[in-house]
Design a binder for this molecule. Structure first.
Ligand SMILES: *[C@@H]1O[C@H](CO)[C@@H](O)[C@H](O)[C@H]1NC(C)=O
Ligand SMILES: *[C@@H]1O[C@H](CO)[C@@H](O)[C@H](O)[C@H]1NC(C)=O
Length: 316
């Protein structure tokens, strides 16, 4: 009787330990930045701790796509999961049966990991969740867009002031066309950059925002040149130099960001574009207050009588 009780008790313990147990991760998240995905599967109560006695199976929605036989160290995989490998075969005897899959093959869903050790076995289910998120934090994309919009807007205002004051200026059409091209390209860039994700279109968007902004540098130079009637004082060239520095910083930021996921250097792009916008403010001050007043007529008169002003140019 007493012996029977002990036997039943032992039997119960034995039955309990015939079941392998797992660490309790129920789901993992994958974002667009994961190049590979690790599905965790960790057995916590292995006894033999010998790979030769172990067998691992992975299933997606009940369909087996991967198996590893510890005895022969042979792996069998379904074609759709050709990238799947055990995260660490040498640690399988410690219970680590986690699976690594490439980003493109890791479809979201419920994966089950089935581990056998001799006559003991167990199964755990891990849900792989795909979380879509923006490449840049929202504040950063807003600031990137805002600084370029500001830089372009200030260009248009400078151009407007120049056109209203300077009737004879050559190349106005060219300046307008360049401005239109830049504005359209930037708008396309905004549309491509903003949606969530880290895809070629988002990268192209950032490229279209940053790289063509170089046009603003010569445009600023021409605007000042018109405003100062070709006698551009050397220290005003500094505006153009500063604008080039801003562009350079923006391009460095672009280079740092373009392949980085998650992006960490959006601030550099913002700083570069913001410097370009700020120099455009200085350019606007020069163009509207100083430039045209270098002539005999005060600027107010120049606005009212553009014809006289232009005559003054021609006399020169
Ligand atoms: C994706 O990457 C993040 C950050 O590196 C990591 O914490 C997470 O576990 C990864 N997700 C998967 C499913 O591997
Ligand atoms: C995975 O299983 C959970 C719980 O059974 C369920 O709520 C969820 O919808 C499943 N996920 C997928 C992608 O089928």
């Amino acid at each position: 009787m007493w012996a029977l009780g002990a036997w039943v008790l032992l039997g119960a313990v034995g039955a309990g330990s015939a079941q392998l147990q797992f660490s309790a991760v129920k789901s993992v998240e994958q974002t667009m930045c994961n190049k590979t995905v690790i599905l965790p599967c960790i057995v916590t109560n292995l006894v033999q701790k010998n790979i030769k006695d172990m067998f691992v199976k992975w299933k997606l929605e009940k369909k087996e796509f991967f198996s590893f036989d510890g005895n022969t160290e042979k792996t069998i995989r379904n074609n759709n999961f050709s990238s799947a490998v055990l995260e660490s075969v040498q640690n399988l005897n410690l219970g680590i049966a986690s699976l690594t899959i490439s980003k493109t093959q890791a479809v979201p869903g419920n994966y089950s990991c089935e581990v056998t050790e001799s006559n003991r076995e167990g199964e755990t289910v891990i849900e792989l969740v795909y979380r879509v998120e923006p490449w840049f934090p929202q504040v950063e994309s807003i600031l990137i867009i805002l600084s370029l919009v500001l830089a372009i807007l200030l260009y248009w205002i400078q151009l407007g002031v120049t056109v209203s004051k300077e009737t004879t200026s050559w190349g106005k059409i060219g300046l307008i066309i360049a401005g239109i091209i830049l504005s359209v390209v930037a708008a396309v860039g905004f549309i491509l950059l903003v949606p969530d994700g880290f895809e070629p279109k988002n990268q192209a968007g950032l490229g279209l925002i940053v790289l063509p902004a170089v046009i603003l540098v010569p445009l600023q130079y021409f605007l000042l040149k018109i405003a100062f009637k070709n006698n551009l004082p050397v220290y005003k060239i500094l505006v153009v130099v500063l604008e080039s520095v801003g562009y350079l910083i923006a391009v460095i930021g672009f280079a740092l960001c373009i392949t980085a996921c998650p992006s960490k250097n959006g601030a550099v792009v913002i700083a570069g574009l913001a410097i370009m916008a700020l120099t455009a403010v200085v350019g606007l001050i020069y163009v509207s207050h100083l430039g045209f007043s270098k002539k005999d007529q005060p600027p107010r008169k120049a606005v009212e009588e553009p014809f006289n002003d232009s005559k003054g140019v021609m006399l020169e």
